[in-house]
Design a protein around this ligand. Structure first.
Ligand code: TRP
Length: 335
């Protein structure tokens, strides 16, 4: 039997090149070898956007298009919407009994996110909700309700997958062997830094290049990228390792990157020209992605059909697994 991949994205905004290298690229390569399910995590997106439901629902289509545009093939992969599979919510409730509140607070991913969202959760995280704190439980349900064996994700998600494994072990030890433990699958490229040099490229951090950015938008953003602060005049020599423009050249400019490095160190290269060259290369990289996006954008009925088919296949899987779960938990009345 083929193994199953379960992965996905929160639908709180368009996806960017950080998502591409961190997880999209990987899932495109894996879809040939595995039964692939890709979740549009709108319920999870609501945990920190509960007061902005339009943002969450409007971005479902964006994230579906992002996935299709990078090469997710709807004949190989199932794209589905989290809120349309109520079995996930049911499983989340059962799992909630198996996780302590202290354990959730210790999850490094959750910890970092609470710190980053002071506006929403307060200076000391005193306003953090039950729903947000518990999102790793709901993510454990996302994965296991479909029998996900492998979960290709970015490095920031490892603690969430680890917590999923704990929940599965606890479930099996209490209710009997029912579920299998998933494993995370890391992409080769480390997490992309933001244009401003921030460790994380993030839509909320304003340092991201989106897959759907126009040439003008890419150029505008790249022109603001962080460069070596010691370089004042156009032909001062500089250290490319302190420059985000060089950091991206290495990813998007192929052989040209070597020349960039040499000329930068020698003081033979102005930053503006260097940035324009990079912006051009990023836009060239995005071109085929955006052409594919346009194809699907012009065919909304096709996209709707793709999602409906994904939902149907996902629902079938979840129903089967939930039968086993309820049986193990002795709540399979009248069956
Ligand atoms: N938490 C993931 C993120 O923020 C999105 C996600 C939701 C997910 N459910 C998932 C990823 C299940 C993998 C598997 O990117």
């Amino acid at each position: 039997m083929r193994k199953t991949i379960l992965t996905g994205d929160r639908t709180s905004g368009k996806l960017h090149i950080g998502h591409y290298f961190g997880s999209l690229k990987n899932r495109v390569e894996l879809q040939d070898k595995y039964d692939t399910f890709i979740i549009m995590a709108d319920v999870q997106a609501l945990t920190d956007n509960y007061n902005n439901p339009e943002k969450v629902s409007e971005n479902v289509m964006n994230v579906v298009l992002d996935n299709l545009s990078v090469g997710i093939d709807p004949d190989k992969s199932n794209i589905f919407i989290q809120s349309m599979i109520p079995e996930i919510a049911e499983l989340t409730v059962y799992y909630s009994n198996l996780v302590t509140i202290a354990r959730l607070y210790r999850n490094p991913t959750v910890k970092t996110e609470i710190e980053q969202k002071k506006l929403l959760f307060g200076e000391k995280g005193e306003g953090v909700t039950y729903g947000f704190l518990g999102y790793p439980i709901s993510q454990a349900a996302d994965i296991t309700a479909f029998g996900g064996d492998l979960v290709p994700v970015g490095a920031d998600q490892i603690p969430v997958i680890e917590q999923t494994r704990e929940i599965v072990r606890r479930f099996n030890s209490i209710y009997g062997d029912t579920l299998s433990e998933p494993e995370h699958l890391l992409s080769e490229t480390p997490r992309l830094k933001g244009l401003d040099g921030n460790e994380k490229m993030g839509k909320s951090l304003g340092n991201a290049v989106f897959l759907s950015d126009t040439e003008e938008e890419v150029l505008e953003k790249v022109l603001k990228a962080l460069t070596d602060k010691n370089k004042i005049k156009k032909y001062d020599p500089a250290d490319p390792d302190k420059c985000m423009v060089y950091y991206y050249h290495k990813l998007f400019s192929g052989e040209e990157a070597k020349i960039v490095e040499k000329e930068c160190r020698a003081g033979e290269r102005g930053c503006v020209d260097c940035k324009k060259q990079l912006a051009g290369n990023i836009s060239n990289f995005l071109k085929p992605i955006q052409e594919k996006r346009k194809y699907y954008e012009e065919r909304p009925e096709l996209v709707e059909e793709i999602i409906k088919r994904g939902n149907l296949n996902a629902k079938k899987r979840a129903e089967e697994i939930m039968k086993k779960v309820r049986h193990s938990m002795k709540i399979d009345y009248f069956s």
